[in-house]
Write a protein that binds this ligand. Structure first.
Ligand code: ADE
Ligand code: ZN
Length: 340
């Protein structure tokens, strides 16, 4: 019975809409990059690299920003992205909307061009594996709004080439509300970007931040945002707008020992377009998307029907064209018919 559900998940066509490429940096590549870039990370072997951390978002972010310091060249960003997309090709992930954090690299003296060119080359190569990827550039909310403006400007040549689909907002949330970036997001919208934004669970002012993201920024999708269930009117608004909401239950478990099970089940039961995602798999117990589906299903007592609906939500709340969505939804239906 257990193997049956695991096998079902392994073959289920799905999209991943919330994953940070830097959060997929596994110790083996981290070690290799440190060696070839002559960076001392205090590890003599791969097994000396420890991705564990204490409790909460800030503790996780410390480990995340420390790990990525080994990424310096275009090839490093290629290898990072390629390793993740290869895994997705073997996980029946057909479509990825991938976050990256340019300021976390440009602030260390790495050029924007090296970061985005390396990532983009891997995206192009992964098309041959059947994985179609769009890129979402996140602004670091604990950096200044001027820095976000500079990043938006630096991205222009690449947006013009069609390499970028959306902008997002991540990093340390306390004292860094969506409103701080209102004008940058308005400009991004006018340039044709899709908008999304992290509202991590259980932050100070979580509900207020969700409200700003939905009502002021007018995001096209919401990342995390599980505290919306505390505000029935706001939840009604999300449902009325039919907005996607990307949740990462195993990531919450690793950061806060809590999967937000009740909130996620409520969102699902109310018909919200909720999708299950990994967030930062290399920092969350090596839980890639199929592990997330399986572990959440066990916890929620969900079976194939619910997981198939989640997979459908992942496509309907993606930024794919109407035709592409239709084709992927048919793939899910056909798969369910053949495997029920
Ligand atoms: N950066 C990478 N993962 C993140 C998360 N879950 N929240 C905020 N910033 C992040
Ligand atoms: Zn995230």
């Amino acid at each position: 019975m257990e193997t049956d559900l695991k096998e079902f998940i392994a073959g289920l066509p799905k999209a991943e809409l919330h994953v940070h490429v830097e959060g997929t940096l596994e110790p083996d590549l981290e070690f290799a990059c440190a060696q070839r870039n002559h960076i001392d990370i205090g590890a003599k072997t791969v097994s000396d690299i420890d991705h564990s951390y204490g409790y909460g978002l800030e503790e996780f972010l410390k480990a995340y920003y420390t790990g990525m310091k080994v990424l310096r060249t275009e090839q490093d960003f290629y290898d990072l992205t390629w390793a993740y997309l290869q895994k997705m090709a073997h996980s029946s992930v057909k479509h990825v909307e991938l976050f990256f954090d340019p300021q976390a690299h440009t602030s260390r003296g790495v050029s924007f061009a090296a970061v985005i060119t390396g990532i983009h080359r891997a995206i192009v190569d992964a098309r041959a594996l059947g994985v179609d990827t769009q890129l979402i550039m996140c602004f670091l909310r604990d950096f200044s709004k001027e820095s976000a403006w500079q990043t938006l400007l630096a991205a222009e040549p690449y947006r013009e080439k069609g390499w970028l689909t959306g902008v997002g907002l991540d990093s340390a949330e306390h004292h860094n509300p969506p409103l701080k970036f209102m004008l940058v997001f308005a400009k991004a919208k006018s340039l044709g970007y899709q908008l999304t934004m992290h509202c991590d669970p259980r932050q100070v002012d979580s509900v207020a931040h969700i409200k700003e993201a939905l009502e002021v920024i007018e995001v096209d999708r919401l990342d995390h945002g599980t505290n919306i269930t505390e505000d029935p009117d706001l939840l009604d608004y999300l449902l009325k707008q039919d907005l996607g909401i990307t949740v990462c239950p195993i990531a919450y478990y690793y950061t806060r020992q809590n999967m937000e099970l009740t909130a996620i089940k409520e969102l699902f039961a109310r018909g919200a377009k909720v999708s299950l995602n990994s967030d930062d798999p290399a920092y969350k117990g090596d839980t890639y998307i199929n592990d997330v589906y399986y572990r959440f299903a066990q916890e929620a007592h969900w079976g194939k029907d619910e997981l198939a609906q989640i997979a459908k939500n992942s496509f309907t709340s993606s930024w794919l064209s109407v035709e592409a969505k239709k084709a992927y939804l048919k793939q899910v239906d056909d798969y369910v018919k053949a495997n029920n």
